[in-house]
Ligand binder design. Structure first.
Ligand code: SAM
Length: 216
């Protein structure tokens, strides 16, 4: 059976790679690196840097591919995302069939941790359902943007005994601040929803915003 590893690579600093991640990287026969167009070339660049820095032995192949693009004109955001994920699932299946033997090992380097606002796990499930490929899945956890944010501000994520809610900028913009969260963690959207927050309102309600720029 083929094996597919989803390796969490952290959020921008190659030194976020764990020993478990480096070992999984080196067990792979092929590393699959998606290209997401020029504007997101830095995401592929970090993956290239990680391979260059941590791969030993020179036997692992690196295959880059163009990720299918989401149809932003689809009037239903959800339908657009579902169709896009199916297209990516088909691309993954084709790549595994083309670049691994029946007992081969492939790996994707997943930004942060694969469990947090990342669709790779869902897409791999589509792939397993839609293709005839038998694939064993391995997940290696990574440092999330939440941990990187907290560390860079030298702060805990939660208040004492407090609740933490993780959401998206898209929802924050549409629904406003959720009422019952002591700490709100927001994954930014392309439109930078934080720009629409009312600075006076946040000042008067005692809200403090902690942000971290993506840099590597
Ligand atoms: C698609 S989600 C992926 C999250 C990732 N799986 C994780 O574990 O953090 C992308 C969002 O994560 C956050 N993010 C990822 N890397 C970051 C970084 N280096 N600095 C700040 N925010 C980051 C941003 O909010 C960005 O919009």
């Amino acid at each position: 059976m083929r094996t597919l590893s989803l390796i969490g690579i952290g959020t921008g600093n190659p030194e976020h790679m764990t020993v478990q991640g480096i070992n999984a990287l080196n067990r792979a026969d092929v590393i699959l690196i998606p290209r997401k167009g020029e504007a997101k070339e830095d995401l592929a660049d970090l993956r290239r840097v990680i391979c260059e820095r941590f791969l030993e032995g020179g036997t692992t192949r690196i295959v880059e591919f163009d990720l299918p693009v989401r149809d932003a004109d689809n009037p239903s955001y959800r339908r657009g995302v579902d169709d896009w994920h199916m297209a990516i699932a088909r691309a993954y299946g084709d790549l595994l069939a083309a670049h691994t033997g029946e007992t081969g090992r492939a790996a994707f380097l997943v930004w942060g941790d694969p469990s947090l606002y990342d669709s790779t796990l869902r897409i791999v499930e589509h792939m397993r359902r839609e293709t005839a490929l038998a694939v064993a899945l391995e997940v290696v956890p990574g440092i999330t943007s939440i941990q990187a944010l907290a560390a860079s501000h030298r702060m805990p994520v939660n208040t004492i005994g407090g609740s933490v809610l993780i959401t998206t900028g898209r929802r924050l913009k549409a629904e406003g601040f959720p009422p019952n969260a002591d700490t709100l963690l927001v994954m930014l959207d392309g439109d930078c929803a934080f720009r629409t927050l009312d600075a006076d309102a946040t000042r008067f309600t005692g809200v403090r915003i902690w942000a971290r720029r993506m840099s590597f």
